[in-house]
Ligand binder design. Structure first.
Ligand code: GDP
Ligand code: ADP
Length: 206
């Protein structure tokens, strides 16, 4: 008898500059078998970002047409730009039994929680707010004004931690990855998930 698991929807959020991108890149190197959803955004590409790899970069009009056609699982406006998760790819991957990781901000995560209450919601936090600002400054991709706006939003976002199932401190990247891997491993072993599959498998074997 084989207990085949369904894919898990994993949502990772956290304030700008906390290290979401860095931690996801480190998880990729570990060959953790996630499917990473690629978001659509109206934000201009940063140096080194590639269309279709980091994001699908679209105009405001293109984005708004995608909203009208109901092509997003969730979407939000964040610091003057639109960001959204294309629905179809995520649904296909979950149905194929693959875990899908969404790296999205809080408003979008709350929309996903309504549609997928069984999702796993992880909030990445910095060791301190001072360290957070330093990371955004040292990344060197944002102007002083944008950094100020992002710090204002970051303070509000930290309040939203209460909507998440898990909080992971990104003190050291490898430790943060260990924690995320541990959470996902444990979630795969959850009794209610396993029981559902065993009951299905038992019924099929009857
Ligand atoms: N709701 C939503 N947020 C997204 C999506 N893609 C990225 N984001 C979030 O948008 C915020 C800004 O992303 P970005 O401009 O790449 O900056 P950075 O993540 O701070 O480096 C981050 O909190 C991302 O997690 C998406 O598809 N939907
Ligand atoms: N654990 C960490 N310790 C020190 N610096 C980090 C850590 N995680 C990320 N950084 C640095 O912080 C900056 C912001 O990280 P990034 O992944 O771009 O954040 P986000 O995607 O959350 O906006 C980058 O310069 C990155 O190298």
């Amino acid at each position: 008898m084989e207990a085949k698991e369904q894919g898990l929807l994993i949502v990772l959020s956290g304030p700008s500059g906390v290290g979401k991108g860095t931690v996801c890149a480190a998880l990729r190197k570990r060959d953790v078998p996630f499917t990473y959803s690629i978001s659509v955004t109206t934000r201009p590409p940063r140096e080194g970002e590639v269309d279709g790899v980091n994001y699908f970069f679209k105009t405001k009009e293109e984005f708004e047409n995608m909203i009208k056609r109901d092509e997003f699982l969730e979407w939000a406006r964040y610091v003057n730009h639109y960001y959204g998760t294309p629905r179809r790819y995520v649904e296909e991957q979950l149905n194929a039994g693959r875990d899908v990781l969404l790296e999205i901000e809080v408003q979008g995560a709350l929309q996903v929680k309504k549609k997928f209450p069984q999702g796993i919601f992880i909030f990445l936090v910095p060791p301190s707010l001072k360290e957070l600002e330093q990371r955004i400054v040292s990344r060197g991709t944002e102007s002083r004004d944008v950094i100020h706006n992002r710090m204002v939003v970051a303070r509000e976002e930290l309040e939203m931690m209460k909507h998440y199932d898990y909080v992971v401190v990104n003190d050291k990247v490898e430790l943060a990855c260990d924690r995320i891997e541990a959470i996902i491993l444990a979630e795969h072993c959850k009794r209610e998930r396993m029981m559902k599959h065993y009951i299905t498998a038992l019924k099929e074997a009857e």
